[in-house]
Design a binder for this molecule. Structure first.
Ligand SMILES: Nc1nc2c(c(=O)[nH]1)N[C@H]1C(S)=C(S)[C@@H](COP(=O)(O)O)O[C@H]1N2
Ligand SMILES: [Mo]
Length: 250
């Protein structure tokens, strides 16, 4: 049996667990559909795939924090960002480029028109605080599926509008987290459009990782095969400072 067939069989055996585990609100695209039926993605090395579908804990509305503080940058900062904000982000659009067969440019209206997922999760910041909030957004996996991720792809990089010190904020995740059903390009928080402080117009939610991975003020998404040429090469602003690890699993 070829290794591809072996992998397919393994994935098929794992599928019932995947199906049981997801779609708690009945709206999420199925991990099963996004990954198993995405031929373009099958050749991605799948060491982390089996068992990778476990969901971060979701909470009841009654458990939501009365206050969810902001942290890090509280604005996209630049004059260009301020102009977009002033116009309600009508002129904002998000390029999805790199190792994809069909590069996309998504407006906020495009994102809001896509199938949405809502989840109430706990945000854990390494600085020692947590808050439970409700996030609504477009699952990233379905967007990447539309873009057609090439076999060589390994990471998804999020460039942000803001700069801390002299470096633009950015983050990256691998394809397992990118295709995870709870990974969203979130545009609503607690049933209202994201405020500037929380990362308007769109921020990442990657629920099995710590706060600094949740990139705010997203400007561009790039699919790449390695992180070496980006920033200082460690996959994120804080990673480059040498403070925090690239994989911030909780
Ligand atoms: N673009 C950008 N994203 C960012 C940050 C930032 O400074 N800039 N800070 C990170 C950190 S450390 C945390 S804890 C969360 C804070 O999100 P919040 O402001 O919505 O609480 O955003 C993360 N994403
Ligand atoms: Mo944080």
């Amino acid at each position: 049996m070829s290794s591809l067939l072996t992998r397919r069989r393994l994935l098929t055996l794992a599928a019932p667990a995947v199906l049981l585990g997801c779609d708690t609100l009945g709206r999420a695209p199925r991990f099963h559909d996004m990954v198993l039926k995405t031929g373009e993605w099958l050749s991605y090395r799948s060491q982390r795939l089996l068992g990778s579908e476990s969901l971060a804990r979701e909470f009841d509305p009654s458990q939501m924090s009365p206050e969810f503080r902001t942290n890090g940058s509280v604005s996209g900062g630049s004059p260009a960002y301020k102009a977009l904000l002033q116009n309600g982000f009508a002129d904002w659009s998000l390029p999805v480029t790199g190792l994809v067969n069909r590069p996309l440019t998504l407006t906020l209206a495009d994102l809001r028109a896509r199938p949405a997922r809502t989840q109430i999760t706990r945000h854990d910041c390494v600085e020692g605080w947590s808050a439970i909030g409700k996030w609504t957004g477009a699952p990233l996996g379905a967007i990447l599926k539309d873009a057609g991720v090439m076999p060589a792809a390994r990471y998804v990089v999020f460039q942000c509008y803001d700069t801390l010190g002299f470096s633009p904020y950015y983050e990256s995740i691998d394809l397992v987290d990118a295709f995870h059903p709870q990974t969203l390009l979130a545009y609503d928080m607690n049933d209202a459009p994201l405020t500037e402080g929380h990362g308007a117009p769109v921020r990442l939610r990657v629920e099995r990782q710590l706060g600094y991975k949740q990139a705010k003020f997203i400007k561009a998404i790039d699919v790449v095969d390695n992180l070496a040429g980006i920033g200082m090469g460690k996959g994120g602003y804080w990673e480059d400072q040498g403070d925090y690890d690239w994989y911030a699993g909780i």
